[in-house]
Design a protein around this ligand. Sequence first.
Ligand code: B12
Ligand code: SF4
Length: 574
Amino acid sequence: MGTPKIVLTADRTLMSPYRGLSLATFFGCAPAIDPHRKKNSFWYKILGNQVTPKILFDFICNYIPHTNGVANYAPYGLRKLEAGLLRDGFSRQDVVVAHPDHIEQFIGPETEVIGTYEMDPLGMGPVTMTFTYGRKQISYDEFYNTELHYRIKAAKAKTGSKAKVISGASGTWQYNYDPEKIEEFGIYAILEGELGGIAPEIDGHAGRFFNYLINGDFDNMDPFRKRSDFKVNIKEFERNGKKIHARFVNFWDRPNIDEIPNIIEPSMHGMVEVMRGCGRGCKFCDVTLRSLRYYPPEKVVKEIEVNMKKGGAKSAWIHSDDIFVYGMDPRTAKGMEPNREALEELFTAIMSTGVEHTNPTHGTLAGAIADEKLLPNLSKIIKASPDNLIGVQVGFETGSLRLIEKYADRKLAPYKPEEWHWVVKEGVKTMNENYWIPAFTLIMGLDNDETPEDSWDSIRLISELEHEQPDAMFTTTALTFVPIGLLEKSDFFNIGNEMTAAQLGVLYKTWQHNLKYGIKKFMNRTGAKGPRRLFFNALARSLGGIPLAAMEKYARRKSKEHERVIEIIKAKYW
Ligand code: B12
Ligand code: SF4
């Protein structure tokens, strides 16, 4: 039997259930290797160059199961691609979604394309840049993406395959910053967005895209081509005196809802989309550049049923960039008032599938409180309770009114920037009262425009929340600014060299909050139940203090001012 024409895959960090621990899904952003570690240091003698021990990482990041090398679960975007290809004329024999640990068995002379789903291929995502001091260390995301490409390259060489390797999904912009990797990995083309880095959707016309690719239409730049649904850009980079040429492809596909295929095989974590785009327009974010569309509840139900019937899913991650925008018509809802009826209908349909638990992936605080009946009603529908807490990622971004107004004013609508602190406090209170737990993300060094006073505003706001609402449940994660979205022309925030004392303070405060309030107080009530939960809690409690100690050491090394900030936080904002 020959090999399939099209092989789709993703690296291990995106193909793991992370033992059912939802927060661990970001573990790939952790540092794997420190290439600069001194050979005579204590840690070198214990771990060599490893930072997070590989044995621990590989244990938590366990592989998804497979059937004869075919992945039983895959990232949602890859499932969409698979469904689009099967809809557009490719047969089941032509297309395989391969398990990354069995990729070799699908690569042979008949293989035409190998497509990889890449969210953080070179470890430049916000979480990763924070954990690796701005890529001074190599993250597991980069480590395993490299391993995958090396395996693909070796399998091609072994079988004489001439398959074209194409990298897709939201992290491909990163190759612009390290183009040597394109050559090193043997990548034929990078699929890139036309604006702000956002990954182009290709599931509306997946067959057309892959036919172009197979037929060699992307081989050369052709500015005179009549049809303008794609553009090939052979970019030239200069690195260390050497010229590098690499092929980047743009493809314009803004499918309407009917053109977006339903997944036909299970997605990772039982995730399904309910909308695309966001509409709030934060300048530092790129999903907002996708046009806004909503799935009707019946379409959502069909996909959840695939995950339940074929993947055994008992819960559904509901992907939205802000769930409270669902069903809204931004032309008439000028104040971004949520469409409560549409949301109730959506979640009633989701629960009718029989899932035991559901949670939206993202939501905004302003949306959560803009209609006082909204959260109580939704919580009732999804059976939220002290034993069924609903985790949701929420942008806290900054405590600075100046920055929030400048970069994310519509995130607060219908409220005004000067009401931001009230929105945060009221939002936490309302969410918690209805058994929702916000997992906050903050941005450090936003557009390299953050002053020490802005940073102190963030520290103070977290501390005020802790003292005014001592039983509040929320986590805080500070991320470094990366230039995507409307700020793609800006520079990276260089956490390794440019972190001010006050920015270190933000990092310190967020970890201290998570340790004191998150891990010790309520982490034992969320995530998978049973002995596993107890084990991972004990692990988190014992390891949770390490980053704080490391930051204190860093402050001592860095300057008196850095040390002073830590002391002030301990004395005033603990
Ligand atoms: C689910 C999710 C996760 C899950 C992934 C679970 C999994 N294994 O699938 C988890 C929680 C693990 C995660 C982690 C991270 N994530 Co994430 N994640 C998302 C989220 C919410 C949804 C992704 C999705 O399914 N979208 C819907 C599908 C339909 O779109 P799509 O994936 O882009 O797929 C389409 C196209 O890309 C294309 N396509 C997809 N694959 C391929 C392959 C080929 C070959 C081709 C040609 C085309 C193609 O066609 C698809 C259909 O049209 C997005 C937000 C968003 N709106 O997309 C953020 C998002 C992708 N994540 C992001 C980031 C940065 C990360 C992290 C680095 C953490 C961080 N914030 O710093 C890590 C990296 C993890 C890793 N190991 O690499 C950013 C990426 C920003 C950017 N442009 O770089 C996003 C956009 C969020 C944001 N606004 O900042 N994430
Ligand atoms: S609310 Fe969230 S998803 Fe929407 S534009 Fe702002 S950061 Fe992006």
